[in-house]
Design a protein around this ligand. Structure first.
Ligand code: GDP
Ligand code: MG
Length: 256
């Protein structure tokens, strides 16, 4: 069992920092375990100064306090800036490994900004976007072009004013779509909508447009790794910078 044949079992949970992704994952784990074994890979943006996690990534998973449940959970943080460029391949190898270890479900938590994060999310075969009450700057996922990728949209913090407005705005934005993703309203704090969310996750179908968007990312990632894993990669960069080798020429040498 690898990422290529684990259909419906690898979820990306993506959304801006602070929207409640980690709290939602905690709530989901409470429902799924111990019936299902679940691995969570948190792709954390690390501060270049401290090397530590930015806001929102220090939430403790309360589910780990329950021994019966924690035995069927694996949790691992992967720093995005510690090994530049290779993060998606680290996440992919780890996901493959976890599937080999017979985990039923793998959840990849990412902040949906940036190329590398997009590629981490594209390893999943179900893509969930989390939004929250707007902070006056519109719907984040829409700005980042992420809606195309979504199989499911979760609007969290339904206990806070403004959450319903985001649901309504999203419905308007998505109404031009032929096959719009489902929108679910949740509160990780009060538990509202969590049963519905878990039910939807377990039965989530992949949308055609999200499938295409994911394959586009995967293809680019595969192409990039052909280049980067070529043993001559560094030498060719030397030749570009020192000997005036052209970029087109360099590319031909690397991919042939
Ligand atoms: N009011 C409210 N606060 C929430 C909810 N879910 C998460 N939070 C709070 O939002 C903050 C960020 O949560 P976290 O899960 O770390 O967000 P992440 O960065 O998206 O992973 C924390 O202080 C949570 O307690 C919710 O449904 N309602
Ligand atoms: Mg988090």
């Amino acid at each position: 069992m690898t990422v290529d044949d684990a259909d419906g079992r690898i979820f990306a949970i993506t959304g801006p920092p602070g929207v409640g992704k980690s709290c939602l994952i905690d709530a989901i784990l409470h429902k799924l375990t111990p019936e299902f074994s679940v691995a969570v890979i948190a792709v954390d943006p690390t501060s270049p100064l401290s090397g530590g996690a930015l806001l929102g990534d220090r939430i403790r998973l309360t589910v780990l306090d329950d021994k019966e449940k924690s035995d069927s959970i694996y949790f691992r943080s992967v720093a995005t800036r510690s090994s530049s460029g290779s993060v998606p391949s680290v996440v992919k190898s780890l996901t493959n490994y976890l599937l080999l270890q017979s985990f039923d479900i793998v959840i990849i938590e990412t902040v949906g900004a940036g190329q590398s994060e997009m590629r981490c999310a594209a390893i999943a075969n179900r893509f969930v976007i989390v939004e929250g009450p707007a902070r006056g700057d519109g719907i984040q996922a829409e700005k980042a072009g992420l809606l195309e990728l979504a199989d499911l949209i979760v609007v969290n913090k339904s206990d806070i004013e403004g959450s319903q407005k985001v649901v309504n705005d999203l419905k308007v934005s998505l109404s031009i779509n032929q096959d719009p993703p489902q929108i679910i309203s949740t509160s990780a704090t009060t538990g509202e909508g969590i049963d519905n969310l878990v039910e939807s996750l377990l039965n989530l179908e992949e949308r055609e447009s999200s499938k295409r968007a994911r394959y586009r990312q995967q293809l680019m990632m595969a192409h990039e790794s052909v280049l980067v894993n070529n043993p001559n990669f560094e030498t060719i960069i030397d030749r570009i910078s020192q000997e005036g080798l052209g970029i087109e020429e360099a590319l031909r040498e690397l991919i042939e």
